[in-house]
Design a protein around this ligand. Sequence first.
Ligand code: CA
Length: 389
Amino acid sequence: MIIDVPAESGYGRDNLPYGVFSPPGGDPRVGVRLADVVVDLAAALDDPLFAVPSLNPLMARGKRCWEQVRERIVELVSGEVPDAAVHPLEQVRLHLPFEVADYVDFYASEHHASNLGRLFRPDAAPLMPNWKHLPVGYHGRAGTVIPSGTPIPRPNGQRKAPDEAAPSFGPSRRLDIEAELGFVVGAGSEPGVPVPVEDFAEHVFGAVLVNDWSARDLQAWEYVPLGPFLGKSFATSISPWVVPLLALGGARVPTPVQDPTPLPYLRESEPWGLDVEFSVRWNGEEVSRPPYREMYWSPAQMLAHLTVNGATCRTGDLFASGTVSGPEPDQRGAFIELTWGGAEPVVVGGRPRTFLEDGDEITLTASAPAASGGRIAFGELTNRVLPAR
Ligand code: CA
């Protein structure tokens, strides 16, 4: 069949994001999304590389292979696609698209870092002295990276409000989200050999939406001096479709001006970010539109920094940007910022809201300019909060 793509789809022939899906009664395998169908690549291209429940084998092949595969797919979906390889989206099950190796979370938005600084350390400078010299990050928990649709049980833990004499244990009272863009490493690097900024596209396969679920009360009590731990390790959700870097050429934009000039290993002739527009929906109502183009550090600088000490990256590594927040109040990608620590509620469902309640559902979507002039959509990322267990 010829697959019809409405002009406003966001999943046209210039996007073709990869995912892992199960057709009715079939095993998980690799597919690409076009409009509202999933094309079974193992069936359509007769290639065992795609008859597996993970993108990792494809990603490990490297950039030349990614380019060739994309050319084959563009050619495939430009003509007649075998009927047996085409599945309506609503009939398939979507899975985690890749096996997550290591997970790193950065903190690359100056607006977010400044806002959190003001909220967590009201008597100090909003940015720490290191912030404009290196992309601040931490190692997260790969084993709790979960796909869209997975419920999020409210985490339990220690929390101590500033006016409480001693900590107590129980369900988090300040459960929050962080809307982020995540970069997926395809081709790894050698031990001891940093990845220079100009080699980014040799290693990074694509991008996903990330929700870095955060228990602010657990985080505030535990994070000094070693950083985030149990306040974030319970769940990190990602969107089902990996948008190839090869589809994002039309979305490149310069980063904001970087002053002071970074050290040589972080220096790019023209540091570039991506013009990805996020939308955050809380129980179906849009509450924020974070702009990724405002991110201070570029994705290439994040990868260069991640490997500059000789640490390797490997197939399946995920590194997330940190919360995407813009300069305007309605561009903040976390509720602690959006509601200013709970002091300025937003109205959702006709009543004032601050942090997440059991039963709340959060949906992240995003889109970016396509090289051809239309838009490229990232897959929808939706999760619902369950009561603590
Ligand atoms: Ca984060």
